[in-house]
Design a protein around this ligand. Structure first.
Ligand code: SAH
Length: 217
């Protein structure tokens, strides 16, 4: 996916440490997820000056008051989502595009929406040139999903909603799952599952995400 050494830095060492120490040691056991994190060059989605610190155990500013999520947070959400190779996945909040790249290696196709034009353009540029899976990007407000391509097998939201994602749940297929941070009383990460026509909701963890903004930027 990339040259082994860039500007004198061997990023594969930093990436392997990230996978072992931040992900596997904390309960990310799904092999395909660990392999995807091993393949995607996280530094390609962060300001070049950050160098191999791109693989540190934290989120980073990506401009416009937004952040690229901590690797563990992304892995935890994706493991809870349980993406299968035949799945069509909708992602709300492309941000840097890093999570989009990871998802694309696990799923059949990823549809991702970003509201802020400069981040949309940067993510598009970062993803072009990498050998990822199939990805379709769209600029705009993703809070109501992407009706034209619905239903989706999996939906993942990377910014905190204020209420339950009723519009997105309408675009979730049968036996589909949706992972979303909701900030109502405190901020928590929830898993919604559509099963036998019903929606079942499960609390996953406490969390902290940037807020989902409605309307055009
Ligand atoms: N997983 C991403 C997270 C980026 S932060 C990463 O690791 O890079 C969340 C992103 O959601 C921001 O880029 C923000 O602009 C975007 N966002 C917020 N509200 C949105 C909305 N209504 N529709 C689409 N994107 C939105």
């Amino acid at each position: 996916m990339e040259p082994r050494v860039e500007a004198g830095i061997d990023y594969t060492i930093a990436r392997r440490r990230m996978v072992l120490e931040q992900l596997r040691a904390r309960g990310i056991t799904e092999r395909s997820i660990l392999e995807a994190f091993m393949r995607v060059p996280r530094h390609a989605f962060i300001d070049q000056a950050v160098g191999s610190k791109a693989y540190a155990d934290c989120s980073f500013p990506i401009g416009y008051a937004q952040t690229i999520s901590q690797p563990y947070t992304i892995a935890f959400m994706i493991q809870a989502l349980s993406v299968r190779a035949a799945d069509r996945v909708l992602e709300i909040g492309t941000g840097s595009g890093y999570q989009t790249a990871i998802l694309s290696l696990l799923a059949k196709e990823v549809f991702s929406i970003e509201r802020l034009p400069p981040l949309f353009e940067r993510a598009e540029a970062a993803l072009t040139g990498l050998r990822t899976g199939k990805i379709r990007l769209k600029m705009g407000d993703g809070s109501n999903g992407w009706r034209m391509h619905a239903p989706f097998d999996r939906i993942i939201v990377s910014a905190a909603m204020k209420e339950e994602p009723s519009g997105l749940l309408e675009q979730l297929g049968e036996e589909g799952t949706l992972v979303v941070p909701i900030a109502d009383r405190g901020e928590r990460l929830w898993l919604f599952r559509r099963t036998s026509g019903r929606i079942v909701k499960e609390l996953l963890a406490k969390c902290a995400f940037v807020p989902l903004k409605k309307g055009e930027a």
